[in-house]
Design a protein around this ligand. Structure first.
Ligand SMILES: [Zn+2]
Ligand SMILES: [Zn+2]
Length: 184
């Protein structure tokens, strides 16, 4: 079975079983499939930059790193495109042998950071991204973005056809009892 491509894999051949050794590493990973929630995410085709440090310990390789990407999404208030940087930090031990205490393993002298990065990025995504904190959304009547047109207002008006209908309804409809205010 051919190995699946593992863009997040880093060789640890030089550190493996050498407790005390450590080195810095850098990895730029092209994003194959968008990573995100339904309002914002790191789009396919962009790059996640990972840099950090790997230390050889007795049990495995300890990775301490930062991952950076550019989020693209839409403002939940006005629906304009929002881009913002995302930076997450993570630390994980990749064990040499399966162990309940550790979720990840060194395999074939390499470590695959994909799941670790996903597990750090996804919870860090904003659920309510906004273009600016001041965004007041869209006009409910005409859909104009209120930040672009702050003095925006509409005359209260009723479509003439509806005005005619409501007049008819008023004439033909059941009489609504008038509430009289006698108790105060
Ligand atoms: Zn907005
Ligand atoms: Zn409007």
């Amino acid at each position: 079975m051919p190995a699946a491509p593992a863009p997040f894999a880093v060789s640890v051949l030089d550190l493996s079983r050498r407790p005390g050794d450590a080195r810095e590493f850098e990895l730029d990973v092209p994003v194959g499939e968008r990573i995100g929630n339904f309002v914002i995410g790191i789009p396919a085709g962009s790059t996640i930059e990972i840099d950090g440090r790997m230390e050889s310990l007795h049990d495995g390789i300890l990775v301490t790193a930062t991952a950076r990407g550019e989020l693209v999404g839409e403002c939940v208030r006005c629906l304009t495109e929002v881009t913002q940087p995302l930076q997450v930090e993570f630390q994980e031990l990749f064990a040499y042998t399966p162990d309940e205490a550790f979720d990840y393993l060194v395999q074939h002298d390499s470590i695959d950071l994909e799941q670790v990065v996903l597990d750090s990025v996804v919870p860090a995504l904003p659920f309510q991204p906004v273009c600016t904190a001041e965004c007041t959304g869209l006009c409910v009547e005409c859909g104009v973005r209120l930040l672009d047109d702050p003095g925006h207002a509409h005359e209260p008006q009723i479509d003439p056809r509806w005005a005619a209908l409501s007049q008819l309804a008023g004439e033909a409809g059941p009489e609504t009892p008038q509430k009289t205010d006698t108790e105060s």
